[in-house]
Design a protein around this ligand. Sequence first.
Ligand SMILES: NC(=O)C1=CN([C@@H]2O[C@H](COP(=O)(O)OP(=O)(O)OC[C@H]3O[C@@H](n4cnc5c(N)ncnc54)[C@H](OP(=O)(O)O)[C@@H]3O)[C@@H](O)[C@H]2O)C=CC1
Ligand SMILES: O=C(O)[C@@H]1CCC=N1
Length: 265
Amino acid sequence: MTRRPIVLQGVGRLGSAILEGWLATGAVDPADLIILTPSEKPAAEAARARGARINPPLEALAEARAFVIGVKPAKWLEAAQAVLPHLAPDAVIVSVMAGVRGETISQGYAGRPVVRVMPTTGVAQARGVATLWAADAAALAVGQELFEPIAETVLLDDEALMHAATAVSGCGPAYYFAFTRALAQAGEAEGLSPEAAARLARATLRSAAAGVEGTEGLDALIDRVASPGGVTQAGLVALNENGALDRAVQDAVTAAVAKSTELSA
Ligand SMILES: NC(=O)C1=CN([C@@H]2O[C@H](COP(=O)(O)OP(=O)(O)OC[C@H]3O[C@@H](n4cnc5c(N)ncnc54)[C@H](OP(=O)(O)O)[C@@H]3O)[C@@H](O)[C@H]2O)C=CC1
Ligand SMILES: O=C(O)[C@@H]1CCC=N1
């Protein structure tokens, strides 16, 4: 018996990462994949080489059991118009879009069930985090099936919290990369070569990430590094002088929540 295909619409930054994660883990058999992309993408070509169909005649969507929207929030409705007449009536719509509400997406897809997923780009290495919300249990199960092999999953029962999950987690890798870049720049300012500073900052991010693999609390992890009266403590006091770090992070999350909320209007 042939399996019903999964459709991925959009192979940009996140779509590529999802595809890479599926190919690396075998979570989705490439032979079961239909990829819709206006332009040639390396990840799509890698999937094609393993049996995926790229931009087949749209009649092929009649068999799809899941349809993953990987386009930008400003593009999804226009992109929906083209596929809607061909899409299986019971296909589950899996949206990774920031902001856009499940009900709005369901309306755009003629009432099909929707699961919203907010992943990080770490899905490419099967080390992502994905927040999931769905009003429909069967749709949620499809989201879990597609993302659990490539991400740690967090389920929300209140869609409104997807804004916060997006601001903390979906955007979060960029915050850590920005901090790492600032750390490298500071190292350079203290005399390290650009190469040494970049290597130290990046490797330290990986090293710190290894520290959170376990269950030890964040305060305890900080204490492990910061000897009383020592060098780290001096750095930490400067870093969060008058709550500057806490405030900067709060401002970033608040601004991202506001932008996500704007997209849902
Ligand atoms: N980047 C991230 O870390 C995260 C992104 N998201 C969400 O993922 C979605 C995509 O974001 P991102 O990958 O960053 O954006 P990109 O712009 O990198 O990717 C969007 C892709 O959609 C493609 N596209 C546009 N129109 C169509 C269409 N009609 N059919 C098929 N494909 C189409 C574009 O193709 P082309 O390149 O040929 O123009 C482009 O590659 C957004 O909704 C975003 O909110 C969610 C979590 C994290
Ligand atoms: O920047 C964005 O809009 C998307 C959503 C979360 C991460 N990237």
